[in-house]
Write a protein that binds this ligand. Structure first.
Ligand SMILES: Nc1ncnc2c1ncn2[C@@H]1O[C@H](COP(=O)(O)OP(=O)(O)OP(=O)(O)O)[C@@H](O)[C@H]1O
Ligand SMILES: Nc1nc2c(ncn2[C@@H]2O[C@H](COP(=O)(O)O)[C@@H](O)[C@H]2O)c(=O)[nH]1
Length: 428
């Protein structure tokens, strides 16, 4: 049994061992020394019954545990409970518990986890008794992305992001005016490198063209449904384009990441700007036509739009070309004059010009984590310690890329037989 001090009821009592206890390494700096003197800085699962100030019942849920980040306490768990979204937040300054808007796909229910605060803006959660490819999750509580979403929603927001082990490449955002050839170039890439790229299937309220397939070219939907889903935080970005709503759902990007492929997004300039502001660290490529006349010729030759819609798209193309080429937003600007030459240049940018083996993929061996673990941090690396066996696994976050929404890539994880001296352990 462990003792705990309940700040809300001012009582000291005992915490059963099954309730996960972890005092995060960065906590001392984030809450200050006072909190660490005499009072347990972490509220444990069964502390949570203490406050019902905003009317909901705070009976602790099974396998729920909590962690302090600055002024707030995040209670995480209870995923089995259908009434829970898995996260509750206690704000010390208001004395209230709130259920936040939860973005990203939350992990499947798990029985036990250990947590650690990273950089005071995200919580690392390691699922007990899990596999290495599904054990590391991040709950972003104050990253730039989450701060923006808090402003947008005007309420408490958190965002889940799954840790992906290995060298996943940065997603690719391709923008450019309608008819410039984005789809044509993307199809060439997907055909030549089928195991390497996955297309982010957008949602749109426009009507399908002949031969367009729901779920493959787009998720065709209607405005009221899509607006509701936007409100619910399901979209990484969305924009009104040529009179219709288009958007990239967080799920669309996650599906590609989970297949181990590099995600390609075909979105307009407004969408690219939103993605740039998100924590999806993508490469941004803008495709230009050789001339406005050629753009018009291609749009007409495609034969998919009415004259009225062609005029609308051409009109919007002027602003898009101006914004796309005015600098800052895009990493690369390509002119799609000769299709083959443009495709070669695109491959070059993506490192597919033969300078490396494009079919080569980093394979990461999957292994099982111990049943019961604790976490510590040594030399910037997270050590996952087995509570019952002399087994340690290193989680190296130094090459970590991106973050919410969706996936945090570039994690390295390997079992180690090295003896780790607990005296140097920042968090024994
Ligand atoms: N370099 C090129 N030279 C000539 N025609 C081209 C070239 N690239 C693409 N096209 C043609 O231009 C038309 C428009 O291309 P595509 O549909 O790929 O454009 P897009 O940028 O994806 O348009 P949208 O944004 O409307 O989806 C197609 O008929 C395609 O075959
Ligand atoms: N902001 C977003 N723009 C998108 C998305 N999906 C497609 N698009 C852009 O819309 C126009 C028109 O496409 P079309 O298929 O109707 O010709 C084009 O510029 C696309 O890049 C999206 O999810 N978000």
């Amino acid at each position: 049994m462990l003792w705990r001090f309940d700040k809300l009821t001012s009582k000291i009592d005992f915490v059963p061992n099954h309730i996960n206890q972890f005092i995060p390494s960065d906590l001392e700096s984030s809450v200050g020394k006072l909190d660490l003197m005499g009072e347990a800085p972490v509220f444990f699962g069964d502390d949570l019954h203490a406050s019902v100030s905003n009317g909901f019942h705070l009976k602790p849920k099974e396998f729920e545990s909590a962690i302090v980040v600055g002024n707030k306490t995040y209670a995480i768990g209870g995923f089995d409970d259908p009434t829970s979204n898995g996260v509750r937040v206690f704000d010390k300054s208001t004395g209230e518990w709130v259920v936040p808007i939860v973005l990203g796909t939350k992990p499947n229910a798990f029985k036990g986890h250990s947590m650690m605060l990273l950089d005071s803006d995200r919580i690392l959660i390691i699922k007990h008794n899990s596999k290495s490819n599904d054990c590391a999750w991040f709950l972003e509580v104050d990253t730039r992305y989450v701060q923006e979403q808090k402003k947008k929603f005007g309420s408490e927001v958190v965002s889940w992001s799954k840790g992906v082990i290995g060298d996943a490449e940065r997603p690719i955002v391709i923008s450019g005016p309608s008819g410039v050839g984005k789809g044509t170039l993307i199809n060439m890439l997907m055909k030549d490198f089928p195991t390497m790229f996955g297309f982010s299937v957008s949602h749109t309220t426009r009507t399908p063209r002949e031969k367009e397939e729901n779920g493959f070219h787009y998720h065709f939907t209607n405005r009221s449904v899509m607006e509701e889903e936007i409100k619910a935080g399901k979209f990484l970005e969305f924009a009104s384009v040529h009179g219709n709503l288009y958007g990239t759902s967080i799920e669309a990007v996650e599906v590609v990441a989970d297949s181990g492929k590099r995600c390609i997004l075909d979105i307009d300039v407004q969408g690219a700007r939103s993605v740039r502001a998100s924590s999806l660290e993508a490469i941004f490529i803008f495709i230009c036509p050789p001339s406005f006349e050629e753009l018009e010729k291609r749009l007409r030759a495609r034969g998919t739009e009415t004259e009225e819609l062609i005029q609308k798209r051409l009109n919007n193309a002027k602003a898009e070309l101006e914004q796309g080429t005015s600098g800052g937003l895009f990493d690369h600007i390509l002119v799609n004059d000769d299709l083959e030459a443009c495709y070669e240049r695109l491959k070059e940018i993506l490192g597919l010009d033969g300078s490396r083996d494009a079919t080569l993929k980093t394979t990461t061996e999957v292994f099982a984590l111990p049943m019961e673990i604790s976490l510590s941090k040594i030399d910037g690396k997270i050590i996952i310690n087995s509570k019952n066996a002399d087994q340690k696994i290193v989680l190296d976050l130094t090459s970590m890329k991106g973050g919410g929404p969706g996936r945090t890539r570039g994690l390295r994880m390997y079992p180690t037989s090295l003896h780790i001296d607990d005296d140097n352990d920042e968090n024994a």
